[in-house]
Design a protein around this ligand. Structure first.
Ligand code: OSB
Ligand code: MG
Length: 369
């Protein structure tokens, strides 16, 4: 199959509520969408890069630039038999996995459609629904945090993840456990601590957390291994794992017991699958993270999370958790048991509301050979 041209767009979308992490607070999301033209048909994809270089060095601006300047010129007009062929053409560009993944995932969805299979089946998925949880940002008060958790549980979410940072950790988690001793609870620090905080972090052991996500800096595999030796709570890595190589080294070092896979962070579905397999062979469960995606990225995450070793609920909430109106149809909704149904139509499996996308677009450009 050949990609004839690619349209890049940035949308402006207001989050229903501001989202605060240890990096800062966010009210508007500027999703970068790609539309591949393949055999006269459109295939949409989403780049998950953030607005600023906090979670990753990649941003909406850098992804646009790397796509336009390097990645798209390397692939437009070339015959591509599979996603691995695309990866080979992208390989000379160091890093920039989110930019690469936007194309790789859209192209994989096109391959699935061509093979007349839903994306999940094309990837080797084994489920028709996936378990989801919510990621709750840092709140101004403990009361707000408890209200937020109560509302999420009432909606049917079965796993609660809360963002933590120094000053919003032991006290906040203690308050949650007092009110909700039994819920499946975990915390995500987004790299806000150092190994000097090991004694402090070890206090989290008493809360029976499902896991502690990314306590230390992205590059600190060795320090994560040292921290894991000092705590019972399983450490999960997010920012640290950008490739299958990172996953292998993290597991060899004992730096984590769980891996959060975000296909955008690792360059797409093919690399996600490799990480999935490495973890499965090591007996380590994985789950699918989220990046405040629109329905397009959400559909990709749902499909990926159907692979067998995605054994823990993902950050794949329903469309209405973040958006007043999603840009896809039908929107993702929460089903019984805190699950989301896997689309059964061929390819990406959801229809993009092109008129709405048009109205939300703040920047666009067509890239062709
Ligand atoms: O660390 O998992 C993270 C959102 C943006 C960047 C990083 C993270 C997150 C989330 C939200 O936790 C997950 C979601 O999309 O629901
Ligand atoms: Mg995280």
């Amino acid at each position: 199959m050949k990609i004839d041209a690619v349209e890049l767009r940035v949308l402006k979308m207001r989050l229903l509520k501001p989202f605060r992490t240890s990096f800062g607070v966010q009210q508007d999301r500027y999703p970068l969408l790609v539309r591949l033209e393949i055999d006269g048909r459109s295939q949409w994809g989403e780049c998950v890069a953030g607005e600023g270089p906090w979670y990753s060095y990649e941003t909406v601006e850098t992804a646009w630039q790397i796509l336009k300047g390097y990645l798209l010129p390397a692939v437009i007009g070339r015959d591509l038999v599979n996603a691995e062929a695309l990866e080979t053409l992208f390989a000379p560009v160091r890093g920039h996995h989110m930019a690469k993944a936007a194309i790789e995932m859209a192209f994989t969805a096109a391959l699935a459609e061509h093979a007349r299979k839903p994306l999940a089946k094309f990837l080797g998925g084994v489920r028709d629904r996936v378990e989801t949880g919510v990621s709750i940002g840092i709140q101004s008060t403990v009361d707000e945090l408890l209200d937020n958790i109560g509302a999420s549980l009432a909606q049917g979410y079965r796993r609660i993840k809360v963002k933590i940072e120094p000053g919003w950790d032991v006290m906040a988690l203690g308050a949650i456990r007092e009110q909700y001793p039994e819920i499946t609870l975990m915390a995500d620090a987004n790299a806000a601590y150092g190994l000097d905080d090991a004694d402090h972090l070890a206090q989290l052991d008493r809360f029976g957390l499902l896991m502690l996500e990314q306590p230390l800096a992205a590059g600190d595999l060795v320090d994560h291994a040292a921290l894991q030796r000092q705590m019972r709570t399983p450490i999960c890595l997010d920012e640290s794992i950008e490739s299958a190589r990172d996953a292998r080294q993290a597991l060899e070092l004992g730096a984590c017991q769980v891996i959060n896979i975000k296909p955008g962070r690792v360059g797409g579905f093919a690399e996600s699958r490799r990480i999935h397999d490495i973890a499965a062979n090591a007996g380590v469960p994985v789950w699918c993270g989220g990046m405040l995606e629109t329905g397009i990225g959400r559909a990709c995450n749902v499909a990926l999370a159907t692979l067998p070793n995605f054994r823990l609920p993902g950050d794949i909430s329903a469309s209405d958790r973040y958006w007043a109106e999603d840009i896809i149809e039908p929107p993702f909704t929460l089903q019984r048991g805190g699950t989301v149904s896997v689309p059964t139509r061929w390819g990406l499996g959801v229809r993009v509301k092109v008129d709405l996308v048009e109205r939300l677009t703040v920047r666009r450009e067509m890239i062709s050979a």
